[in-house]
Design a protein around this ligand. Structure first.
Ligand code: NAD
Ligand code: TYD
Length: 351
């Protein structure tokens, strides 16, 4: 019986991970600590809220006393740190909160885990801290080449630099104390429960409401898209099989330009939902500051060492995703009410 401390489990990837793990394993227990920022939503976890293997704690990963108490009250085996401020555009507007949660929150978790797991000459058996990081720490690629685990870190946005800072602290805990860690660096995820400030759910939501689809710059920036469940599968494999101290890149060779994504979403909605949704909704807007041009992951290491392979290709994944949002319009309406609307109206006015 393993006990997982999942942080940020009410967000997009964290909630998918909670569902994935509780479906896959009977003999685990899972504690989810989440601050419930605008990006966290307990509705994502409605189906498991009464599951005896699952427990929710509302709280901040920067709250040292609370995090230490969790380790005191529970024999935690694995920490999976998803909690983060995760949106690049927001990080450009308000960087401080990114450093606070992404860097200081990570140190708080590391320290509490280290204190709880430390024994004479090392750490208790079977424990691990996994940092969920991102390919964005590597910076931006030219037209060729891929990010490997050995690619130097070169982040450009306040978001990616705060994630890179956290990765370096995690690495330092291994280098200095031999504290058992892994870091995963995944490419862009898509799928159910993603907050509609990120490209794909934003496009779906705007299409359904016949709002303009803002494309930054020339629309030719490239992201390497991975269906969220394939990321969850990778994290599970790294927790259970990753070598201590190692970084694992996660990606499925699904590179697409942003304009390609936009046209796929429009095309699906035009043919299946509303023929009035056309490319006329596309609006090219001012480019994002410091906009990374291309991300592309080389997943050779996780494939060869752990046997990870993605199961959902982009064509199937994007249809599954659009259908999920179509079937969950109330979820979309609820998360896009209030603060969201005000934020986006201000942002579009500024462009
Ligand atoms: P998200 O923004 O959807 O969710 C983040 C969650 O963390 C929310 O539930 C939020 O309430 C919670 N949170 C924020 N600050 C907190 C704090 N101080 N204490 C406790 N909880 C807090 O993000 P996501 O897209 O699910 O990303 C999860 C993780 O995966 C992040 O670390 C992100 O850097 C990483 N990642 C994301 C992607 C992607 O494409 N979304 C790709 C690679 C890696
Ligand atoms: P995003 O989903 O914010 O992820 P990230 O910046 O972490 O890769 O954006 C994905 C790509 O889409 C990125 O190149 C920026 C672009 N983009 C737009 O063109 N318009 C938008 O409204 C958004 C949110 C993103």
């Amino acid at each position: 019986m393993k006990t997982y401390l999942v942080t940020g489990g009410a967000g997009f990837i964290g909630s998918n991970f909670v569902h994935y793990m509780l479906k896959k394993y009977n003999d685990i227990s899972l504690i989810n600590i989440d601050k419930l920022t605008y990006a966290g939503n307990l509705e994502n976890l409605k189906a498991v809220e009464n599951d005896p293997r699952y427990m929710f704690v509302q709280g901040d990963i920067c709250d040292k006393a609370l995090v230490e108490k969790l380790f005191k009250d529970h024999d935690i085996d694995f920490v999976v740190n998803f909690a983060a401020e995760s949106h690049v555009d927001r990080s450009i507007r308000e960087p401080e909160v990114f450093v606070n949660t992404n860097v200081l929150g990570t140190v708080t978790l590391l320290n509490a885990a280290k204190n709880a797991w430390e024994i004479k000459d090392g750490f208790k058996e079977g424990k691990k801290y996994l940092q969920v990081s991102t390919d964005e720490v590597y910076g931006s690629l030219g037209e060729t080449g891929y990010f490997r685990e050995t690619t130097p870190i070169d982040p450009h946005s306040p978001y990616s630099s705060s994630k890179a800072g956290a990765d370096l602290v995690v690495k330092a805990y291994f280098d200095t104390y031999k504290f058992p860690i892994n870091i995963t660096r995944c490419s862009n995820n898509y799928g159910p429960y993603q907050f509609p400030e990120k490209l794909i759910p934003l496009l779906i939501n705007n299409c359904l409401n016949k709002k303009l689809l803002p494309i930054y710059g020339d629309g030719l920036n490239i992201r390497d898209w991975l269906y969220v469940e394939d990321h969850c599968k990778a994290i599970d494999m790294v927790i259970n099989g990753g070598r201590f101290g190692e970084v694992y890149n996660v990606g499925g060779h699904n590179e697409r330009t942003n304009i390609h994504i936009v046209k796929t979403v429009i095309d699906y909605i035009n043919k299946n939902v509303d023929s009035a949704v056309t490319e006329n909704l596309i609006k090219y807007v001012e480019d994002r500051k410091g906009h990374d041009r291309r991300y592309g992951i080389d997943p050779t290491k996780i494939r060869e060492e752990l046997g990870w392979e993605p199961e959902t290709d982009y064509e199937a994944g994007i249809v599954k995703t659009i259908k999920w949002y179509l079937g969950n319009k109330e979820w979309m309406d609820r998360v896009t009410s209030g603060e969201y609307t005000k934020y986006y109206e201000k942002m579009y006015e500024a462009k």
